[in-house]
Write a protein that binds this ligand. Structure first.
Ligand SMILES: Nc1[nH]c(=O)nc2c1ncn2[C@H]1C[C@H](O)[C@@H](COP(=O)(O)OP(=O)(O)OP(=O)(O)O)O1
Length: 172
């Protein structure tokens, strides 16, 4: 478990997410498919495809739908690998379900929302990503499940804790 050496600025036992969201990472042939996000929260950053869960939708359905909408591809065999709890300072708090898939159908295509970018696993552009990503993407690449909690101050991580080897129900 990796964590900050300072006390948490909030009581996580009382924490509740305002927004439920997803991220999908396609990892294939030693490369990871990321996006340049063109609009919404995190516009201009590199991230996985994803977005808010719609009413009546499961997290898995959301991750598949958002990947279809943003890149015009369908992830095959996605599996939940992690959960991220974000206590934000300037926008509503987010609980994000993270999925990994090792195959997909279709051709990754630029849309109004996103531009596809493949990166070699050793060249992930952390400096252009959310500042929490460096704390959990390496676990995801090692196929380790995780629960990450992050308290943000503006755009920077002020406190964090990442627990490994967490179990998730199979549908996720
Ligand atoms: N600190 C963070 N680190 C990270 O890696 N991804 C984050 C993040 N904070 C938010 N996200 C991602 C998760 C999710 O895919 C998305 C949620 O932001 P939004 O609710 O603004 O999504 P979108 O604008 O894409 O949603 P839709 O309107 O549903 O398309 O941003």
């Amino acid at each position: 478990m990796e964590s900050s050496n300072v006390p948490s600025p909030l009581d996580w036992g009382m924490w509740r997410a305002h927004t439920h969201a997803t991220l999908m990472f396609i990892i294939k042939d030693g490369k990871i498919l990321l996006i340049e996000k063109k609009r919404g929260l995190g516009a201009g950053k590199i991230n996985g495809p994803g977005g808010k869960i719609d009413p009546g939708e499961t997290p898995l359905q959301c991750a598949i739908r958002e990947t279809q909408e943003e890149l015009l591809i369908t992830a095959l065999g996605p599996r939940k690998i992690g959960e991220l709890h974000f206590a934000m300072s300037d926008v509503p708090d987010i609980l994000c379900h993270v999925y990994v898939a090792h195959d997909f159908e279709g051709v990754p295509t630029e849309t109004d929302e996103a531009k596809p970018r493949w990166f070699r696993l050793e060249d992930i552009p952390y400096s252009q990503m959310w500042s929490d990503d460096v704390h959990w993407i390496p676990l995801m690449l090692s196929d380790r499940t995780f629960l990450g909690r992050f308290a943000f101050s503006d755009e920077e991580v002020a406190w964090f804790d990442v627990e490994e080897g967490v179990g998730f129900p199979s549908e996720g």
